[in-house]
Each structure stands twice: as C-alpha cells, then as structure tokens.
Design a protein around this ligand. Sequence first.
Ligand SMILES: Nc1nc2c([nH]c(=O)n2[C@H]2C[C@H](O)[C@@H](COP(=O)(O)OP(=O)(O)OP(=O)(O)O)O2)c(=O)[nH]1
Ligand SMILES: [Mg+2]
Length: 133
Amino acid sequence: MKTIRVVAAVIRDGEKIFATMRGYGDFRGLWEFPGGKIESGETPQEALKREIREELASEIAVGELIDTVEFDYPTFHLSMDCFWCQLIRGNLELLEAAEARWLTKETLKSVEWLPADLALVDKIEKALTLLPS
Ligand SMILES: Nc1nc2c([nH]c(=O)n2[C@H]2C[C@H](O)[C@@H](COP(=O)(O)OP(=O)(O)OP(=O)(O)O)O2)c(=O)[nH]1
Ligand SMILES: [Mg+2]
C-alpha cells in the first residue's frame, strides 16, 4: 500500500485550537487540522508553513511535534506529523476549507473528525487539560 506523508498544524491560541472542515472530496464534511502533503525536498516544517500560506493565507511558527499519526485508510497508509503551531501573521482566511472553528477542550469532540485524527484529538484534549489556568 502506498504511504502518503502529510503534515498538520494544531494552531493554538491560549485554550483554543483551530480546526477546519473539508469542503471537497471523499472526506467532505469531516474535520481536520489544516496542512497537506509534503513535497519532495521539503522538511515537514517547511511543508507545513507552505500549506498554511496556500490554505489560509497566514504565517505560522511551527513548534514541537505532538505526534506522528500512522493510520491505514482503505487505499493508502497515512503518516502524518502533527505540530503545535502559533499564528504569526494573517487572518486564517478559508481559501480551501468549507468552515472553521476555534475549539476548546470542552468542544473538541463536538465535530466529526477524520478517522486518522481520533487518537491525536485525545492527546490534544489531555494537553489542554494540563494547561496552567
Ligand atoms: N491536512 C490534513 N490531512 C489529513 C488529516 N487527517 C487525515 O486523515 N488527513 C488526510 C486526508 C488526505 O487524504 C491527506 C492529505 O491531506 P490534504 O488533502 O490536506 O493534502 P493537500 O493539502 O496537499 O491537498 P491536495 O493538493 O492533495 O488536494 O491526509 C488532518 O488532520 N489534516
Ligand atoms: Mg490540505
């Protein structure tokens, strides 16, 4: 099975996390973290900054790796590096996504996530619970 290498940005602002809904394709209507496929010659961090420019017309700072998600979809294997990120510049314009929300630990599971994201969302929920208040 072919492996697709993807990077995803978990953009955090205090207690809130930014999530987007896919507006097209097989996963239309499901929620994800913005990002996309790593192109040849790019580091994951470079790919992520490029994707956020392309999808959201914004600049991010890429922080620590949260997790590398490994997930078998029916037609491909997904290997996805997920990073904590912060917005540096721009207004997170939805150039591709159908919808976006800032979610808190209370509302993180109120949207329907892509199947590969469920374990990651658990990890993020725990991290948000441990934030100093
Ligand atoms: N960006 C992103 N992709 C995810 C997540 N979870 C998940 O299973 N995926 C899958 C869906 C896609 O099959 C794959 C790559 O995502 P993508 O469609 O964003 O790639 P891309 O931005 O390069 O878009 P394209 O040019 O290929 O249309 O990763 C997630 O949280 N964020
Ligand atoms: Mg994308």
